[in-house]
Write a protein that binds this ligand. Structure first.
Ligand code: NAD
Ligand code: TDX
Length: 339
């Protein structure tokens, strides 16, 4: 089997590449990634010389480049992680979110139609369901919860989901969609909540908590997400949407305090700052469908996962320090110019 993994130099995509090499060493992987600010080739260094792995620098919205790649490689599976993924950036500048998340997805779908594939998998998010109120802990997102987005980011992801499902209905393209809750773990870009708080706490800097910190996220260890996508890709049903989450709801404040305890830093570092506009209150996934149909269950409890994650950031300082210093962006040219 040959897989194209788009966005494989980002947080979840890189973890998925490593998961595939470990669990399906017979498969060939091509990573297509534009190396935006969020893409880091240093992350993929362990597989760069692997004969079953190939890296291609390119934009999923570049039709010619994508068609040429499909023509040359004739992939069986496509897993689309490539996206602009940060809600705050989408509030600042929505345009690139539409280009990559919507138009880029459309180019990939067209390439799948033109060249034929076994399965296209769209990596989506629970944010397409909007949010749940804090006073209704009995409510969860299911696959039939209406799409109801809050940010330009989630609107662009929802648009992409609808396109993917439309290509299934109209053109019979074999597709699946997964909607996962918040991920955490190794290689998480240090402007997202958990790695941001770890790196700032280590430097004894203030920890900016938006609003009151009561917003709830449903955290899933990244490897559990990768295992779920792998199952859906290989055993899921065409045209279906699968929710992925592990019932690990925490307020942002709880998450930040857990990190501070583990690092033995004082809670006085917490600073309440202006809230995110349109800030979603609570996300909570009902994962019954993927459990019943594909037997998926998360393996990592939040308390273990967050401990491992903090330890990972402590023992991989150069990885995130290069990002904070901006050095990682020269890495591709430095290491791969003329290679
Ligand atoms: P990320 O921002 O860490 O990585 C995105 C990757 O996509 C980067 O390597 C970047 O260079 C690449 N990319 C961006 N634009 C591109 C383009 N036009 N062409 C090719 N590559 C491009 O994101 P992430 O957190 O790893 O998220 C991956 C996917 O999972 C996204 O689709 C996101 O919506 C979804 N998701 C993320 C979470 C989460 O908690 N992080 C949860 C659910 C779903
Ligand atoms: O400095 C901060 N302070 C703060 O209070 C940051 C960066 C975030 N927050 C809050 C906002 C959210 O309630 O923490 C929560 C998590 O924020 P993010 O890490 O930005 O994630 P979120 O907005 O929940 O979106 C994430 O999960 C769903 C991913 O970035 C998305 O790509 C995914 O679809």
């Amino acid at each position: 089997m040959k897989l194209i993994v788009t966005g494989g130099a980002g947080f979840i995509g890189s973890n998925f590449v490593f998961y595939q090499r470990k669990h399906h060493p017979e498969d060939d992987i091509i990573c297509l990634d534009a190396l935006t600010y969020a893409g880091n080739l240093e992350t993929l260094e362990p597989v760069m010389n692997d004969p079953k792995f190939k890296f291609v620098k390119g934009d999923i919205a570049d039709r010619k480049l994508v068609y040429d790649l499909f023509e040359a490689e004739k992939p069986d599976y496509i897993v689309n992680f490539a996206a602009e993924s940060h809600v705050d950036r989408s509030i600042e500048n929505p345009e690139v979110f539409l280009r990559t998340n919507v138009m880029g997805t459309q180019v990939l779908l067209d390439a799948c139609r033109k060249y034929g594939i076994k399965r296209y998998h769209q990596v989506s998010t629970d944010e397409v369901y909007g949010d749940l109120p804090l006073d209704r802990p009995d409510l969860y997102f299911t696959e039939t919860t209406p799409i109801h987005t809050s940010s330009p980011y989630s609107a662009s992801k929802a648009a992409a989901d609808l396109l993917v499902l439309a290509y299934h209905r109209t053109f019979k393209l074999p597709v699946t969609v997964s909607r996962c809750s918040n991920n955490y773990g190794p290689y998480h870009f240090p402007e997202k909540l958990i790695p941001l708080m770890i790196s700032r706490a280590l430097a004894d800097e203030s920890l900016p908590v938006y609003g009151t910190g009561e917003n709830i996220r449903d955290w899933l260890y990244v490897e559990d997400h990768c295992a779920a996508i792998d199952l859906i890709l290989r055993k899921g049903t065409d045209g279906e949407v699968y929710n992925i989450g592990g019932h690990n709801e925490r307020t942002n404040l709880e998450v930040v305090k857990t990190i501070l305890r583990q690092l033995d830093k004082p809670e006085s570092l917490i600073t309440y700052v202006r809230d995110r506009p349109g800030h979603d209150m609570r996300y909570a996934i009902d994962p019954t469908k993927i459990h019943n149909e594909l037997g998926w269950l998360p393996a990592t409890k939040f308390d273990d996962g967050i401990r491992q994650t903090v330890e990972w950031y402590l023992s991989n300082r150069p990885w995130w320090e290069h990002i904070l210093a901006g050095e990682y962006q020269n890495y591709y040219e430095r290491m791969y110019a003329g290679r």
